[in-house]
Design a protein around this ligand. Sequence first.
Ligand code: ARG
Length: 592
Amino acid sequence: MDMKTRIAELITAVMAENWPEAQGLPAAGEIRGLLEVPPDSAMGDYAFPCFRLAKALRMAPPKIALALAEKWNAADTASAQAVNGYLNFFLNRVNFARETLEAVAASNGRWGAGEDGSGKTVCLDYSSINIAKRFHIGHLSTTVIGNSLKRIYDYLGYRTVGINHLGDWGTQFGKMICAYKRWGDKETVEKGGVDEMTRLYVRFGVEAKKDPSLEDEGRAWFKKIEDGDPEALEIFRWFKDVTLKDAMRVYDILGVQFDSYAGESFYNDKMEPVIEDLREKGLLTQSEGAWVVDLSDDKMPPCLILKKDGATLYATRDLAAAKYRQDTYHFDKCLYVVAYQQDLHFRQVFRVLEKMGYPWAKNCVHVAFGMVSLGGEALSTRDGVIVYLDELLNQAIDKARGIIEEKSPNLENKDEIARQIGVGAVVYTTLSNNRIKDIDYPCSKEDYVDEDGTPRTKYEIDWARALNFDGETGPYVQYTHARCCSLLRKAEDLSFPAPDYSGLGDDEAQALLRLIGRFPDTIREAAEKYEPSMITRAVTDIAQAYNKFYYEHRILDGEPAQAAARVELTRATRDVIRAGLALIGIEAPERM
Ligand code: ARG
């Protein structure tokens, strides 16, 4: 049982003893939720605000705190002190150390994992890239936040379904086929991948300005895709394969996986029943020739369902997708990890589902995140304010490789470890702040002229900051983990007596133990708030606390029973950092 639960139960027992007649006192579960962690550990490890009891007991909080402190009789768990309306608890350091380390060891590297979600399903829509567009840093947040949330929910025992809702529908694909037929060839696209497709698309735009009839040709090709014309479909599917092949390389480097790639085109034959349903329920109204769901009661613009020409829209596909996911996976929650710019879109879609009478609509959640910019400039593919994801990752990996050559030239598997560190730096940067906060990558700019003679700017991320082994970065946390591993390797060659946990009574060890002890709660809070950054924060705090402990105390060469306890603390730290990093999608090399 964790400390918070134990203390909550003890408080409940003392309350019952003191005021057996009182009505309306909170139960242990609620008390646990009320327990606070004082900002300064000199004020205790936990504090219970007695205000919540004042009404039921008709007593002033300071008096309640005093009465509880007087009857408190659990020194083997914690001592209690009444201060203003609070009951402050100071854990029994020795017992706390023993129990925490034993519990972490018993969790077999899965500290804080649980069966909270047993029998429940969470669908996660993330990454959701667009076909024929190159994967750039604007897609990084959705990809790594979604991946982390999936791992967090898995860890808590939920069944998870990771969905890449591909943007694989729209008139632009007709234009691309038209451009390909006129100016492209198979080999160049195979070789150039998404870049070549983009070039064709851009060329279409330029040529269509000179010859507007091209627009009709593009539309005709799109119509062919819609009608299932074999040639059009074949080219379209091939574009999709080429894009996915490019994206897969990035997903492999990042260690990101999906259970489904059902994208927008998957819903082509699944919208008709939804539209029928909307019509039957009297929700469709006509507006300037288009069919919409009026949302003026909700102070939102209407949700567009069908265009004048009968074409469906992004929202129509999302309605069909939500329904399909519910019918197929029976989700308890469906998360959409998408930039906050799409806030209105999701509010509209969720509201329409509600109006359709689907009770599960309230379980659809838009997990929004902030904007990404480069050196203070908004991303723009057209203006070249862009860093492609594969370039970013490769740069990070190269730099990490350079640092390894310099610092640990004799390391084995340098390539593998460079990948782990480079990716760790990038993922950490993305998950280190609240997801809703905008991210600006500090970077340097260099002007150059490309092969077509167009002046361009190249953006290079400031790696000195992102790959720092000392500051708050991914590599710093990974390095702390490797430091624990190295110490444990040395400890293996020594023999120790049984650990003496009174050897962990110092402030540094206790601060570290408290952070480890709280980690399971942090995971649950991160799941509840869809906030992986809480895990990033927690592993960083643990790494910092361990390093403080490491510098202040000799670990291996102290008194043997104390050394044994410090080795156990190191082992727990290693396990918790490794598990925590895995939850945010970062690997933990044993040497670096
Ligand atoms: N492909 C879209 C974009 O890049 C994101 C799709 C998000 N998911 C969804 N179900 N709408 O903007």
